[in-house]
Design a protein around this ligand. Structure first.
Ligand code: SOE
Length: 382
């Protein structure tokens, strides 16, 4: 514990997969980065007291609480880390903003555009830092892609091809839990995975003007999480395929599915410009493939860049070149940047993606839902 640094008391809401990833990031950030604050793992909130106590002990949270409202009311809490199911994001984020807490919120941002707009308005009115954790922006190879694009290395972008493919719902007996209900998850992979893919499209190409979308259900009945001996209808899609037109004229496609046999966490993009191209695959996240028309005609081809040199963002804080990093490190990168944003104060640019991006992404996903329902292209609302 660095006794010279000011402390920032963090409260974590949620202690499952994202709770673990975030706890790890809050613990690691001062060991590998030099943030302006020492994050204190003050209190973790959840429903199951026994699980919560075990989690707090394992990850070093000082206190546990089962009522998130009591945490929001506390004057000694500086930031709220929302690692809850999507349907709980709006109520907790709006309350946290009203209480003047900085907010580190997991994706997907919100269930719908109305919630998204209310969350943004509350955070802006409160003047707090608001971050939306689309962590893949903080893969060094993805940052490099953005830098090469900004440097004009691939020229004018004409095509975007994004995909986020998983396979964990191939098991027909996986129960209908919160991720498979519209009221708690917003939709299926369109929200869960498509929010990530759309964020990368926004980050690397720009705003999306219109979408077409086709959604499909392959398994329409599953056991109920709350009563496994009973079966219920699956109300969210198994897969959603989008075609998009960007404001800058580029054409795109985005595939989201949790039924792509063999694909475990395959988040990918391909970007084609009139001077070059870039491709990336989360299952091989340290590598970026780069093609340049500027290379000599007899030596052109996709070159494999291992983005682990000290010149690559974040990497120098970890290991020497070639000692690759992983999924968990992107959360620590976000924690480091969040602490810097809090220190920079309300008049500084903040940290991206933020709740403005959350509204943008939600609008694209809602347009996709309408396009699927109406069977036609839908403009993305402003
Ligand atoms: C879905 O399985 C999921 O957990 C997403 O919700 C996360 O955002 C992604 O990082 C890993 O896969």
């Amino acid at each position: 514990m660095d006794t010279t640094k000011p402390k920032l008391n963090i409260a974590l809401l949620g202690h499952r997969f994202m709770g673990r990833a975030h706890s790890n990031a809050w613990r690691q950030v001062t060991r590998f980065f030099d943030p302006p604050f020492e994050p204190v793992l003050k209190v973790v909130c959840g429903r199951d007291e026994a699980d919560l106590a075990t989690f707090a002990d394992r990850w070093g949270w000082e206190e546990t609480e089962t009522d998130w409202r009591k945490i929001i009311e506390r004057d000694d809490i500086d930031a709220i880390d929302i690692s809850l199911p999507t349907f709980l994001h709006a109520e907790t984020a709006i309350a946290a903003a009203a209480a003047g807490k900085h907010i580190f919120c997991e994706k997907p941002f919100a269930l719908d555009g109305e919630q998204a707009s209310s969350m943004l308005a509350a955070a802006e009115a409160a003047g707090v830092v608001h971050y939306l954790n689309h962590n893949y922006r903080r893969c060094p190879a993805v940052v490099l892609a953005r830098q090469l694009i900004d440097a004009g290395e691939i020229g004018e972008i004409t095509h975007w091809r994004g995909a986020y493919q998983q396979s964990w719902l191939l098991d027909a007996d996986h129960p209908i839990d919160w991720k498979l209900r519209k009221a708690t998850a917003g939709a299926g992979p369109l929200w869960d995975l498509g929010s990530h893919a759309i964020d990368l499209a926004h980050f690397l190409v720009g705003d999306i003007a219109s979408v077409d979308c086709r959604m499909k259900n392959f398994i329409t009945e599953r056991p109920l999480a709350e009563a496994p001996d009973q079966r219920g209808e699956v109300e969210v899609e198994c897969a959603a395929l989008l075609t998009t037109e960007f404001v800058n004229g580029a054409l795109g496609s985005i595939e989201t599915t949790r039924y792509a046999t063999g694909r475990r966490n395959r988040h990918t993009f391909e970007i084609y410009g009139n001077r070059g191209a870039l491709t990336w695959d989360m299952e091989d996240m340290n590598h970026l493939q780069f093609y340049s028309e500027q290379d000599p005609e007899n030596a052109r081809g996709f070159r494999d860049i291992l983005a682990t040199e000290r010149c690559h963002d974040y990497v120098g804080n970890w290991w020497p070149p070639g000692h690759i990093i992983g999924y968990e490190h992107t959360f620590t990168h976000a924690a480091a940047d969040f602490l810097e944003a809090v220190a920079a104060g309300p008049t500084a640019p903040g940290i991206k993606p933020d709740f403005h991006d959350g509204v943008r992404i939600t609008r694209v996903m809602e347009a996709a839902l309408r396009a699927d329902a109406d069977g036609c292209r839908v403009a993305v609302g402003s």
